[in-house]
Write a protein that binds this ligand. Structure first.
Ligand SMILES: [Zn+2]
Length: 252
């Protein structure tokens, strides 16, 4: 049963057949871990808090730098040198006091991720490095938790979703020993591109939490922001994948 405040706030999305009262209640009961509160995590967190996703765990160990501000829209000039996780919690609480917000002021890694992954229904990878991305994938595969991953560097964005066992994981695409040549720090980045990719992660998150299957799962979507072109290709699960391979073998 939704409160009067919830009916008023969420009225426009309640009108959608795919949401309605039952869907809004699902969103309200859901908990999501957001790893990284930068250019991807900023729009993502704002949209999920705005949509009334019940509990958001906000993880980032960095402080705000002036070079973050063109794309990390959770923060403003007064935020420089302050904790991103703490600031995100403050900003999102002001945006929607109906959602629960938990700040994790640390850089999550392979050792610390499992305990947080265990707390949530969905993990969203908004991090800026391959090592953390692989750790998120491994923790989610091990605990059978869905994840939504995006990355962006230069003018190129990438989106992937894994909902369940049997679908390709991140290590099916990039073996765990892959080293990345690209990062925002080394390749540069344009703000609106991470806005697009973070917003798409929010869209996938809402759909997944509503119980709708993702058309992205099992594929890789790549966006060329200069050419305004999307590419997508099917990514079958690799039976020899060091992370998820054993799940395929036990299923078949
Ligand atoms: Zn895999």
């Amino acid at each position: 049963m939704l409160s009067d405040a919830e009916y008023l706030r969420y009225g426009r999305q309640l009108m959608l057949a795919e949401v309605g009262e039952a869907g809004q209640a699902r969103l309200g009961n859901a908990s999501v871990l957001i790893v990284g509160l930068g250019g991807l995590g900023s729009p993502l967190a704002l949209y999920l808090a705005g949509a009334g996703v019940g509990t958001l765990w906000l993880a980032d160990g960095d402080t705000v730098d002036s070079s973050n501000l063109p794309r990390q829209i959770l923060f403003d000039s007064e935020a420089i040198n302050r904790s991103k996780a703490e600031l995100a919690r403050e900003r999102l609480a002001a945006h929607n006091p109906l959602v629960e917000l938990i700040a994790i002021n640390q850089r999550l890694d392979a050792a610390s991720l499992p305990e947080f992954v265990a707390e949530v229904d969905l993990v969203i990878d908004c991090c800026d490095n391959l090592e953390t991305r692989q750790a998120i994938n491994a923790a989610c595969v091990a605990q059978h938790k869905p994840w939504i991953s995006a990355a962006a560097a230069g003018w190129q964005g990438q989106l992937m979703v894994r909902e369940r066992a049997g679908q390709a994981c991140y290590a099916c695409l990039y073996p765990p020993d892959t080293r990345s040549a690209e990062s925002c720090a080394s390749s540069g980045i344009i703000g609106p591109l991470v806005g697009v990719m973070g917003s798409l992660q929010a869209l996938e998150a809402v759909r997944l939490l509503l119980g709708k299957p993702s058309p992205v799962a099992g594929t890789v979507r790549r966006f060329d922001a200069l050419a305004q072109q999307w590419q997508h290709f099917t990514l079958p699960a690799n039976p020899d994948c060091p992370v998820c391979g054993s799940q395929h073998r036990t299923r078949s």
